[in-house]
Design a protein around this ligand. Structure first.
Ligand code: ZN
Length: 59
C-alpha cells in the first residue's frame, strides 16, 4: 500500500499496488513511484532510504 497525496483531489489516499503505473529509480536509494488515485489522476510518491516521509511498506 502507498500513501499518496493527490493535488487534484486535494486529498490523501491509501492506494494498493494495483494503482502503480511506473517505478523510477532516481538515484541510489531514491525511488519515485507513479500511481493513479481513485479518480484516475496521476500521483507521484517519493520513497527510499534518504527520503524522510512515509513511504510504501510493500509493493
Ligand atoms: Zn485525484
Amino acid at each position: 500500500m502507498f500513501v499518496a497525496y493527490c493535488d487534484e483531489c486535494e486529498d490523501r489516499f491509501l492506494l494498493p499496488a494495483s494503482h502503480v503505473v511506473a517505478v523510477h529509480n532516481l538515484a541510489s536509494g531514491v525511488i519515485a513511484v507513479e500511481l493513479t488515485c481513485y479518480e484516475n489522476h496521476r500521483v507521484l510518491v517519493m520513497s527510499g532510504n534518504d527520503i524522510d516521509i512515509q513511504g510504501p511498506a510493500t509493493v
